[in-house]
Design a protein around this ligand. Structure first.
Ligand code: ATR
Length: 291
């Protein structure tokens, strides 16, 4: 941000969450703003659970243009907004907010970013058998968009009850059966037989636990597409073992970059410089890995 002049005209964006110290979002958005000469600035805000209402009042009072929303606020922010994009409404989670003259609208670019990451690789969900590991917030967004696009889903989770709740919501919304199973080796072996795509939507394998994987490597077979939403490290153990087994892989970096690109475009109305934003993420993550 060498020669940037911050003035009363500068439009402010940011991310709210707890914890917030490892976010890569300021790096990608500020790099994009600078590259395109947009008079915008993006900052991280550490907002704890009980402070969300005040933070949203602050967004209005300070005329903040846009926010990303992360753990633990993606669901609880909904009643504080004026409008919801239909996808965010159906998912029941928001990760991006715009402020148009005091009207706050929520979007879910986690879901559309995930979809975009697949589509850009030529992977179309329609008719595919998809195995999803995890039933938390990220899984909720991903499974909704995949079901909406006509994929057949099986959801496995450590806590079976959460998988059952999510699958029953999806089954009702899309009027088709979504199976729920316990995340265990024998179930994995069974559902991967005949699967086209495997998505790890758990946090297993995330730094610092980089030697963990949600899946025994002998279940990885050529022909399967393996998608990991974990992006730190860039190449998780799951993705490494998937490559070794000859499967196609999609890294969590793609989804992260795309959710950011879509938020950037919602706030600015300008096409985001995606390659530059991706390079920023990779640079930042390689910095982490060296530390
Ligand atoms: P996110 O918003 O990233 O999805 P989350 O809502 O906390 O975060 O969900 C984390 C997911 O990772 C859950 O599916 C969780 O499984 P449980 O619901 O059973 O807790 C899964 N997860 C986290 N650590 C795990 C582990 N060691 N083994 C298996 N699953 C794990």
């Amino acid at each position: 941000m060498n020669d940037r002049i911050i003035s009363s005209k500068t439009r402010l964006c940011g991310v709210i969450g707890d914890p917030i110290e490892h976010t890569m979002s300021p790096a990608i958005h500020n790099a994009g703003f600078t590259k395109l000469g947009l008079d915008y600035l993006y900052v991280p805000f550490h907002v704890r659970k009980g402070e969300l209402g005040k933070a949203i009042d602050g967004m209005r009072a300070l005329n903040i243009r846009g926010l990303n929303v992360t753990i633990p606020h993606k669901v609880t922010i909904i009643p504080l907004l004026d409008e919801l994009d239909p996808l965010a409404e159906r998912i029941g989670a928001v990760n991006t907010v715009t402020n148009d003259d005091g009207v706050l609208k929520g979007y879910n670019t986690d879901a559309s970013g995930f979809l975009q990451a697949l589509l850009k690789r030529g992977i179309k969900p329609k008719g595919k058998n998809v195995v999803i590991l995890g039933a938390g917030g990220a899984s909720r967004a991903i499974s909704f968009i995949l079901a909406e696009r006509g994929a057949h889903l099986v959801i496995l989770n450590r806590q079976l009850k959460k998988a059952e709740e999510l699958s029953s919501r999806l089954s009702t919304t899309f009027e088709k059966e979504v199976k729920a199973l316990q995340l265990a080796a024998e179930n994995l072996a069974q559902v991967l037989d005949g699967a086209d795509i495997l998505v790890n939507a758990t946090s297993v394998g995330m730094s610092p636990d980089i030697n963990e994987t949600p899946l025994p490597s002998n279940l990885l077979k050529p022909g399967l597409i393996v998608v990991d939403i974990v992006y730190n490290p860039i190449k998780t153990r799951l993705l490494r073992e998937a490559e070794e087994a000859g499967t196609e892989t999609v890294s969590g970096v793609d989804m992260f970059v795309w959710q950011g690109v879509l938020a950037f475009e919602i706030w600015t109305g300008v096409k985001a410089p995606i390659e530059l934003m991706r390079a920023e993420v990779i640079k930042g993550l390689q910095g982490h890995e060296k530390r």
